[in-house]
Design a protein around this ligand. Structure first.
Ligand SMILES: Nc1ncnc2c1ncn2[C@@H]1O[C@H](COP(=O)(O)OP(=O)(O)OP(=O)(O)O)[C@@H](O)[C@H]1O
Length: 362
């Protein structure tokens, strides 16, 4: 296991990057702590695989350094980094048995046979492959083949890190849930440094202790699932994490007031006058928008109500701007003259997508 440091690492696939948008990965400094369970989360094309490949050595970054426990490995190939990788699609030997496939990474390193046998049995048991150990991989289902791939990634106990690139994409949804929990358990048991790439927030939030959120080649926030929910640093994080995502409204902000259309919304903190050539927005999660009962609050139109069991998701418009709120199942949703309140201390202020901090209101 190793502590992996990325020191102002950036990457452009073209030869002569001249503008920030030429970079698939914009400059990033980050430390992946020894034994951490990380998810790298973001939409398609945001640079997740590029970042993972820089760590594994499949890509040499255009700039910056990669350090494993303080040693510069930037120019070292994958084989020299002692990293295990699991890809989206099975990487296995079809003509070998399941046992031979699982044993391969250990045999390759000259691990003694009794240790191989023990470790293969342990991993096979954990992944539900014990019954198929004698079978050739060729005839197995896509699910089973990907499980073998996972097993090959997990079988070596001495790796610096295990990198997973969307490893459950081809797996049946029922099995997905099960495998995710098993990976989590395995992390607790063996304390591997694991980095798990996904564009699925459920997958990221259930697997990881720390989630690294990427957007357009940039890491926009690193935090625990709770931090990402409670205090998104970027409107994208607010929108991407949570279901439904955070409401984002264009606003004019000065002092403790946000003006949205014709309405004034009180903020818990004070801000200097923001704007002038920048995009100013406020963000509030649907969980913190409440229907007002006392005839006070901001008038909204209700456009749709979805019952999702114990909760209702209510779609509303505020001066034509679409918004969502979450209410409990027994909440009466008024057909007309609805008004809402925003929970002040849950409103974030964002300039050009990035959260800005206010000062305590006097
Ligand atoms: N070999 C390459 N040559 C040129 N551009 C590339 C190459 N690989 C990736 N890119 C570009 O770099 C950007 C980031 O791609 P990357 O594969 O890292 O994103 P991702 O978040 O992993 O996406 P996905 O989830 O779709 O795999 C994209 O714009 C992509 O088109």
């Amino acid at each position: 296991m190793a502590r992996i440091t990325l020191d102002t690492v950036a990457h452009a696939y073209g030869n002569r990057p001249t503008a920030p948008e030429h970079y698939a990965l914009k400059p990033l400094t980050h430390v992946w702590e020894n034994g951490g369970a990380y998810a790298l989360l973001g939409p398609s094309g945001c640079g997740k695989t590029t970042l993972l490949n820089i760590i594994s050595g499949l890509i040499t970054p255009s700039q910056g350094r990669v350090l494993f426990d303080g040693t510069d490995v930037t120019q070292l190939p994958t084989e020299a980094r002692n990293i295990a990788q699991v890809f989206q699609f099975p990487v296995i030997y079809d003509t070998m048995t399941v046992r031979e496939n699982l044993a391969f990474p250990l045999r390759n390193r000259g691990v003694p046979q009794p240790v191989i046998d023990r470790r293969v049995a342990e991993i096979a048991e954990m992944l539900g492959l014990a019954e198929t150990l004698q079978r050739r991989a060729r005839g197995l289902t896509a699910d089973a083949k990907q499980k073998i791939s996972l097993g090959r990634g997990l079988v070596r106990p001495d790796v610096n890190a295990i990198l997973f690139d969307e490893p459950l994409t081809v797996i049946d949804p029922h099995l997905k849930w099960q495998l995710r929990s098993q990976l989590k358990r395995l992390h607790r048991e063996f304390d591997f440094t694991m980095i798990y790439v996904t564009h699925d927030q459920t997958e990221a939030l259930t697997f990881a202790d720390t989630v690294v959120v990427m957007y357009e080649g940039e890491v926009v926030q690193v935090g625990t699932p709770d931090e990402l929910f409670d205090r998104p640093n970027h409107t994208f994080v607010g929108y991407f994490i949570g279901s439904p995502g955070m409401n984002v409204l264009p606003a004019e902000v000065a002092g403790t007031t946000a003006r949205v259309g014709a309405h004034q919304i009180r903020l818990a903190e004070a801000y200097p006058a923001l704007g002038k050539g920048h995009r100013v927005e406020i963000g509030i999660r649907p969980e913190f928008v409440r229907l007002s009962r006392d005839g006070d609050g901001i008038p909204v139109g209700v456009t749709r109500v979805d019952d999702i069991g114990r909760l209702k998701i209510v779609q509303i418009t505020l001066d034509g701007l679409p918004l969502k709120l979450v209410a409990s199942e027994d909440t009466e949703i008024p057909a007309a003259d609805a008004r809402v309140r925003f929970q002040e201390d849950r409103i974030g202020v964002f300039v050009d997508g990035h959260r800005v901090s206010g000062r305590p209101a006097s």
